[in-house]
Write a protein that binds this ligand. Structure first.
Ligand code: BMX
Length: 281
């Protein structure tokens, strides 16, 4: 009989749930993340998503945006998840759902999904990068998902730029959305579209984010031996984004080059990664 599992993927913008039977997703649902409403509202939202499958057996797995240590969640970026400071999500869900719950960072889970079933297949040292509400990543080093005991296992968005800001403050969808509104655009989407057509202000900031990201990826190529990067997330998967990033990387000498490819599993990478991590560990 196929093993059942219920998996959540809670990102800064969308929250997904899936019921797995073996490797197959047999049911799924999705809502907008109540990101601004605090941890209690998130738990309520997760319980509502879970209600239709509550009678199913199996472990519960969660991928969530944020810094994960011992089942607690802290937002580095409190603009994405205000009010999250060492919130004991694992214990809280386990108590409310009456069964074991395992929690992973969303980008780390997606990295594992992409490594096993997607763009990372066959590559020993691999990075998954998401440019979305935040900028996150997951690292597979020598065929293992890198998980550090302090939770800093690939927080690429927190890496510092020369001006003292973080990469995420410049390159994330949230940052682009803020610039967009300052310059009379509705959101990051139409801002980026204007940048692609060469409109001066959006093009400048959009391009600065991409070059900062390329510089960090080049460093990871020489520092950790990362050979391939799968790029995902709502900004990262925009048409043209990957090519801009490739153009930036190509400015560096040969030792900094890495292969940049689109994430194959798109928005399911986190769900699939969590299911596989629970099956194997
Ligand atoms: C942020 C950080 C990461 C996360 C990344 C992508 C928070 C709340 N999250 O850098 O832990 O992996 O965003 O998250 O500080 P997403 O919401 O864009 O999927």
């Amino acid at each position: 009989m196929k093993q059942k599992m219920i998996v959540f993927d809670i990102g800064g913008s969308s929250s997904r749930i899936a019921l797995f039977e073996g490797q197959d997703i047999v049911w799924r649902d999705q809502v907008v993340t109540p990101s601004q409403a605090g941890p209690e509202a998130m738990v309520t939202c997760m319980l509502e998503l879970y209600a239709p499958v509550a009678s199913q057996t199996g472990t519960i797995g969660v991928a969530i945006t944020g810094h994960i240590v011992n089942g607690t969640v802290t937002a580095h970026n409190s603009a994405i998840l205000p009010g999250w400071k060492q919130f004991p999500l694992q214990a809280e869900l386990s108590r409310r759902m009456q069964r074991p719950v395992r929690i992973f960072n969303d980008a780390r889970a997606a990295a594992w999904g992409e490594y096993v079933y997607g763009t990372g297949q066959g590559c020993d040292d691999f990075l998954f990068l998401t440019v979305s509400t935040g900028v996150g990543a997951g690292l597979v080093l020598q065929r293992r998902l890198h998980i550090a005991s302090n939770g800093f296992d690939a927080e690429i968005g927190e890496m510092r730029l020369a001006d003292g800001n973080t990469l995420e403050q410049l390159a994330s969808g949230t940052a682009l959305g803020e610039f967009a509104r300052l310059h009379g655009y509705t959101d990051a989407r139409d801002f980026c579209a204007a940048a692609d057509q060469g409109v001066a202000i959006p093009a400048d900031i959009y391009q600065q984010g991409i070059s900062a990201l390329a510089a960090k990826l080049a460093d990871l190529a020489v520092m950790l031996g990362v050979q391939r990067v799968a790029v995902g997330g709502s900004v990262g998967l925009r048409p043209g984004y990957l090519q801009h990033l490739r153009n930036e990387i190509q400015r560096y000498p040969a030792i900094y080059q890495l292969e940049l490819l689109p994430a194959a599993l798109r928005h399911d990478a986190g769900l699939i990664g969590v299911a596989d991590l629970i099956r194997k560990t």
